[in-house]
Design a protein around this ligand. Structure first.
Ligand code: FAD
Length: 318
C-alpha cells in the first residue's frame, strides 16, 4: 500500500514508523531482523531502508604507491526491502539516490522495485563522496533530487528512457522526498531551500520526510513556511534520540542541525553514555508527544541500528 493510502486509512491517528540501515558488508541480515522484531509490536505501516553509495578508498600496494578502489560498505537495500515485505508483510521503502546512478541505472533500479512489488520510495540526491567537497553527478545522472523525481514520475506514466518502447508498463510509485526544517547545509537560506522543495513536489513527489530536529518549534515553523509556499503534501517529522556524548558534536557537524541549550546542558551533566541514552529517550518522548498532539501523520524514527531506545520511546507514545 502507498504511504499516502496509509495516511488516509489511519484517519488522523499518528502512526509509528522507522528507518533502518543495511548491515555492513560481511554481516548477515539476522541482526537487522532482531532489531525490527523489537519494534513490530508498534505496528509500523512501513519501514524505510537507507541507500549507501560507493566510497573511494586508497589502498597501499607497496613502494609508496596507492591504488584507488571503489567499494560499497552497506549494499543490499533492495534485497532487504524485499525480505522485509515477505517476512513482516509491511511496506518497505527503499531510498534511491542521484549520486552513483546514471539515468539508465535508475531506470533499471526502478524496474527491479516494481517487479518486487515495492511501490514506495524516497528520492534523494545523496551527498558528495568523501573524497569530494561538492556533490558531482554521475555521467548522464541527475544533479538534484527534483530531476530524479521527474524520471520516476515519467516512468509512472509509462515513459521510459528509450522513447521507442511501445505499450510500455506504467509503474505506480508513491514518491517521498527530504525536507530540512533547519535548511539543507548547502542552501543559502531556508526560503531558497523551500523553493527547491516545491520543485520536487511539482515534479511529482507525494510527501516529505524531514531531517532530524531536536526543537519541535523548528518543525512547526517549517511546516507553516512550506504551506505558505504552496506545499500541500503530508510532511512527516523525522526524530532521532541522542544516545552518546560523542553525538553532541557529531550530530550538528554531520547533519547541520542545532541542539537546544537545555538538552546540551542535560547531556553534559551525564556521567556516562547510559545516562546520556536516558536523557535522549526522555527528550524524544516529549518531542513525540507534542508532535502527536499536533496531529502529524507519522512519527518517523531514525534507528541507526539501535532499536532498544526507539522501543523505549514508542512504548510511552503509542
Ligand atoms: P536536493 O533536494 O537535490 O537538494 C540539495 C541542495 O541543492 C539543497 O541545498 C537544495 O536547496 C539545492 N537544490 C535543490 N534543487 C535544486 C535545483 N534544481 N537547483 C539549484 N539548487 C537546488 N543520504 C544517503 O546517502 N542515503 C540515504 O538513504 C539518505 N536518506 C535520507 C533521508 C532523509 C529523510 C533525509 C532528510 C536525508 C537523507 N539522506 C540520505 C541525506 C541526503 O542525501 C543529503 O542531505 C543530500 O545532501 C541532499 O539530498 P536531497 O535529496 O535533500 O537534495
Amino acid at each position: 500500500m502507498k504511504i499516502t493510502e496509509h495516511i488516509a486509512k489511519a484517519k488522523k491517528q499518528t502512526q509509528f514508523t522507522f528507518e533502518i540501515l543495511p548491515p555492513l558488508k560481511g554481516q548477515n541480515i539476522n541482526s537487522l531482523f532482531e532489531a525490527i522484531d523489537l519494534l513490530m509490536d508498534f505496528n509500523p505501516p512501513f519501514i524505510d531502508v537507507t541507500y549507501h553509495r560507493e566510497e573511494h578508498v586508497y589502498k597501499e600496494v607497496g613502494k609508496g604507491l596507492l591504488e584507488k578502489k571503489i567499494i560499497r560498505k552497506r549494499p543490499g537495500t533492495v534485497g532487504i526491502c524485499a525480505a522485509i515485505q515477505s517476512k513482516y508483510n509491511v511496506d518497505a521503502v527503499p531510498h534511491i539516490l542521484c549520486g552513483g546512478f546514471s539515468k539508465e541505472d535508475t531506470e533499471n533500479f526502478l524496474i527491479d522495485l516494481d517487479f518486487l512489488g515495492i511501490d514506495n520510495l524516497v528520492a534523494l540526491r545523496g551527498d558528495a563522496v568523501k573524497t569530494e567537497t561538492y556533490f558531482t553527478p554521475t555521467e548522464d545522472g541527475h544533479r538534484y533530487a527534483n530531476e530524479l523525481v521527474e524520471q520516476i514520475t515519467a516512468l509512472n506514466q509509462g515513459v521510459y528512457l528509450d522513447e521507442e518502447l511501445l505499450n510500455s508498463h506504467a509503474t505506480d510509485f508513491c514518491i517521498g522526498v527530504s525536507g530540512y526544517p533547519e535548511k539543507h547545509m548547502e542552501a543559502p537560506s531556508l526560503a531558497s531551500d523551500l523553493h527547491f522543495l516545491k520543485k520536487k513536489i511539482k515534479a511529482g513527489a507525494d510527501y516529505v520526510v524531514t531531517q532530524m530536529f531536536f526543537d519541535n518549534q523548528k518543525f512547526f515553523e517549517f511546516v507553516d513556511l512550506a504551506r505558505a509556499e504552496g506545499i500541500d503534501v503530508p510532511i512527516i517529522p523525522g526524530l532521532k534520540p541522542l544516545s552518546t556524548l560523542k553525538q553532541l558534536n557529531m550530530i550538528p557537524h554531520r547533519f547541520h542541525v542545532d541542539l537546544p541549550e537545555t538538552l546540551i546542558k542535560e547531556v553534559i551533566r551525564c556521567k556516562d553514555n547510559t545516562a546520556v541514552r536516558q536523557v535522549g529517550v526522555e527528550w524524544c518522548i516529549e518531542q513525540s508527544k507534542e508532535l502527536k498532539a499536533a496531529g502529524v501523520p507519522f512519527l518517523h524514527y531514525y534507528s541507526m541500528g539501535k532499536a532498544d531506545n526507539i522501543k523505549a520511546i514508542a512504548a510511552q507514545v503509542f
